[in-house]
Design a protein around this ligand. Structure first.
Ligand code: NDP
Length: 450
């Protein structure tokens, strides 16, 4: 990757040399470093205190063996990770991902992005991420429980309510968080808010389940209002994924007056031009843990297509990618532009490749990067930590209102930071800069520690 600033270039080259195999991490780091060039030029302290070298190297990387016994009595072994990336502005905070594609590069990319995302929320949270290459799909509840207990037996040595507070991500929902919380409590003999995304009966926050999807829509609504004097009302929307983020983005976009016409999972996508019936989706995905294909079998007039890429050819005004990283490549981005889209709001982490983002930006489509528009989940996780510390529970409306305010604030921080550095309307640069400035100031103020 080429940079105009020589200091930034040398930092990136150093990463490429040390971690040539970490494709996802290099992509994420490169994108952030690219945006920070004007900030580096204005602030010589960044180079003097080696802030970029320090911020791209995790404070701590933990990798461990996770042995567990399956239902046939066979011993299985997976690998666990926790990358504690940056604690300058608060305890490490970030989800755990259980998916066969998990490796150190993926966890480092997610942990790195989390630093800036958490900073944008205005709440005091550092950045971290973890997970395992364990695949919960097709496993029994008891197998998932035994895996979670084994995973937490090691992880518990490294986390705590004031040290590192993990949460869910792909493959880690309420069930997994519950099993891990139970094991942590048993090991430490204390009931603390060490994980977020907990069940409501043991310290979870109302609106955490909805937070990422709702937050995405609050952000996009504000972006449409401020940058196009428009709104979701009357718009057609394509949402990818059919998991937690996708379901609640669909719910909020619909409440705001839009019609969601497509959803997918990793096998294929459905199109329903009458507007997706979310009760049916929730029944299939949340209750039965089934496949999105079943939607077309239950809802007359809807269609199912094998393969995911085709979802980006479905015509819409607004696209909300909410499945996984790099799901929109250059070709899909071109299809989105050709469909006449006005906005793309990232719900998943890094769903658009750098080439795809260029296509959107060149076409003048409003584009909101994940670290800004999907920060609602971690924001409500931060509010869950506050409630746990207070030993109080706030109402759904109270949390939802705070979430909406946070998402609007995030939009304006990104917008203003882009403006300040002469990149008006570039929310990618704005998000990176606004997220970075607070962490950078805290690192300088705390001296050369990590
Ligand atoms: P879930 O596991 O609940 O859902 C993920 C969905 O995406 C599933 O429907 C899955 O289908 C689908 N999917 C996975 N891989 C692909 C693929 N290659 N192509 C098409 N679809 C695919 O995860 P979440 O909804 O929680 O997370 C989705 C994204 O949002 C991730 O990038 C996550 O990091 C990010 N995120 C989540 C937050 C949260 O609060 N949950 C917070 C911030 C970011 P299948 O069932 O077939 O695997």
């Amino acid at each position: 990757m080429q940079f105009s600033n020589t200091y930034v270039q040398s930092v990136y080259d150093g990463l490429e040399k040390r971690y040539p195999e970490q494709k996802e991490f290099l992509e994420a780091a490169g994108n952030v470093l690219f945006s920070l060039q004007p900030v580096v030029e204005k602030n010589p302290q960044i180079e003097k205190f080696a802030i970029l070298e320090r911020i791209t190297e995790p404070e701590r990387t933990i990798m461990f063996r996770v042995p567990w016994v399956d239902d046939n009595g066979k011993v299985q072994v997976n690998r666990g990770y926790r990358v504690q990336f940056n604690s300058a502005i608060g305890p490490y905070k970030g989800g755990l991902r259980f998916h066969p594609t998990v490796n150190l590069s993926v966890i480092k990319f997610l942990g790195f992005e989390q630093i800036f995302k958490n900073s944008l929320t205005t709440l005091p949270m550092g950045g971290g991420k973890g997970g395992s290459d364990f695949d919960p799909k097709g496993k029994s509840d008891m197998e998932v429980m035994r895996f979670c207990q084994s995973f937490m037996t090691e992880l518990a040595k490294h986390i705590g309510p004031d040290t590192d507070v993990p949460a869910g991500d792909i493959g880690v929902g309420g069930r997994e968080v519950g099993y891990m919380f139970g094991q942590y409590k048993r090991l430490q003999n204390e009931f603390t808010g060490v994980l977020t995304g907990k069940g409501l009966s043991f310290g979870g926050s109302l609106a955490r389940t909805e937070a990422t999807g709702y937050g995405l829509c609050y952000y996009v609504e504000e972006m449409l209002k401020c940058m196009k004097n428009d709104s979701f009302a009357g718009k057609t929307v394509v949402v990818s994924g059919a998991g937690n983020v996708a379901i609640y983005a669909t719910e909020k976009a619909t409440q705001l007056g839009a019609k969601v016409v497509a959803l997918c999972d990793s096998n294929g996508y459905i199109v329903d031009n009458n507007g997706v019936n979310l009760d049916v989706v929730k029944q299939i995905k949340e209750v039965e843990r089934g496949r999105i294909k079943e939607y077309a079998e239950r809802v007359p007039g809807s269609e199912y297509h094998e393969g995911c890429k085709g979802i980006w050819t479905v015509k819409a005004d607004v696209y909300l990618p909410c499945a996984t990283q790099n799901e929109i490549d250059e070709e899909s981005a071109k299809a989105i532009v050709a469909n006449g889209a006005i906005a793309v709001g990232e719900g998943a982490n890094m769903p658009s490749t750098p080439e795809a983002i260029k296509v959107f930006q060149n076409a003048g489509i409003l584009f909101s990067p994940a670290k800004a528009s999907n920060a609602g989940g971690v924001a409500v996780s931060g509010l869950e930590m506050s409630q746990n510390s207070e030993r109080l529970s706030w109402s759904f409306e109270e949390v939802d209102q705070k979430l909406e305010n946070i998402m609007k604030t995030i939009f304006h921080s990104c917008y203003d930071a882009a403006e300040k550095y002469g990149m008006s309307g570039d929310l990618v640069a704005g998000a990176n800069i606004a997220g970075f400035e607070k962490v950078c100031n805290a690192m300088i103020a705390q001296g050369i520690t990590y």
